[in-house]
Design a protein around this ligand. Structure first.
Ligand code: UFG
Length: 338
């Protein structure tokens, strides 16, 4: 199948592009490289033994997108491109609405114009907010507590409305829990710019000596060890979830929502200890105040993805820590070293 992948040079996008190529699909990546590197695609090509096409463009760039669709004639789209830092989204909300919501509207219009009727969208467990208790089921009430989360929630609503209006459209909304890890080759992985917001990249940089210690945000949550718990899913499992969703949409109409997680919560300290065990490196840490906006616990009920997609996460947090450490050790400056 010809699959157009927006944001395909990023962390989850590059791993999914690799999986698509490995499964024999043809891929065109559309990415403006604002938070990613073309080097990731060179490495994807090296791992897959064949190249994805690449167009350097923002998804809001109607002309560039139109030309890409006219040329490549995609049969499906996977839409990763977007901004994703919760804190930043509270400072520059309009950029988030423009980049995340605006781009999706342009994309859907372009798809309609070019008779492309299948889209898989990167949503987030953040849409469960604090409206219900984990494990979250897909039918739980949704909302969001920050502009980033609201953009994901709005795009879900837009996709639902557009699918209701257009019976030809097939939509898969994937709610990711906490993606971690790297490809086992150590050639591609997560390469955050600046100080990492997320736990695993921060821990990896502490292990590499780039940062002195981890700040653990709170140890007074109502969890077994007092630190926050999350559902950490290996990025290679997550990539496989996208292929399973595409397969499903090949045979099923309508708009569908699936959680992609492991169903198992792990605490911050459990992740730190798993990383120490995988790397043999001690991770110094300090307990500090809770981070504003954090919830105590977030993890998925994964029954629907298992039943409908036949998909299940297979890799463990220990696997993800070993893969992250391999990636970080081989590429101390991410893709910066070429
Ligand atoms: N944490 C620390 N220290 C750090 C970074 C994180 O203790 O330096 C803790 C957090 O408090 C939390 C856990 O590690 O308990 C995970 O934090 P992350 O920032 O890695 O992930 P979040 O669960 O906060 O964020 C993720 C996604 C967001 C999404 C959010 C809500 O990265 O895109 O889930 O679903 F919005």
């Amino acid at each position: 199948m010809r699959v157009l992948v927006t944001g395909g040079a990023g962390f989850i996008g590059s791993h999914t592009t690799l999986s698509l190529l490995e499964q024999g699909h043809d891929v065109l990546v559309v990415d403006d490289l604002s938070n990613s590197s073309e080097e990731s695609l060179r490495r994807v090509a090296e791992l897959a033994g064949r190249e994805p096409g690449f167009v350097k463009a923002n998804v809001r760039d109607e002309q560039a997108l139109d030309a890409a669709f006219a040329d490549f004639k995609p049969e499906a789209v996977i839409h990763f491109a977007g901004w994703k830092a919760v804190g930043e989204s509270t400072q520059i909300p309009l950029v988030y609405y423009r980049e995340n919501v605006g781009s999706t509207i342009t994309l859907l219009e372009t798809m309609a114009k070019h008779d492309c009727h299948t889209i898989v969208f990167s949503s987030s467990a953040t849409v469960y907010g604090e409206l219900s208790e984990p494990p979250f089921v897909e039918d739980a009430p949704t909302g969001a507590t920050n502009p980033y989360g609201r953009t994901k929630h709005m795009v879900e609503q837009i996709l639902t409305d557009v699918a209701a209006a257009d019976p030809q459209l097939r939509v898969g909304i994937l709610r990711y829990f906490n993606p971690i890890g790297a490809h086992e080759s150590g050639r591609i992985g997560e390469d955050p710019k600046g100080i990492p917001n997320n736990l695993l990249p921060f821990v990896a940089q502490v292990a590499a000596g780039r940062r002195e210690k981890l700040m653990v945000f709170g140890d007074d949550y109502p969890t077994p060890d007092g630190t926050g718990t999350r559902d950490y899913i290996h990025v290679v499992d997550l990539a496989a979830g996208h292929l399973a969703a595409l397969d499903y949409l090949g045979n099923n109409d309508g708009c569908h929502v699936w959680n992609l997680g492991t169903g198992k919560p792990n605490s911050v300290l459990e992740v730190v200890h798993a990383f120490e065990a995988a790397s043999g490196v001690e991770i110094p840490y300090e307990i500090v105040a809770r981070r504003p906006g954090d919830v105590a616990s977030s993890y998925a009920n994964v029954d629907r993805a298992h039943q409908e997609l036949g998909w299940r996460a297979e890799k463990s947090v220990a696997d993800a820590c070993a893969d992250t450490y391999r990636w970080q050790s081989a590429n101390p400056n991410g893709f910066g070293e070429g």
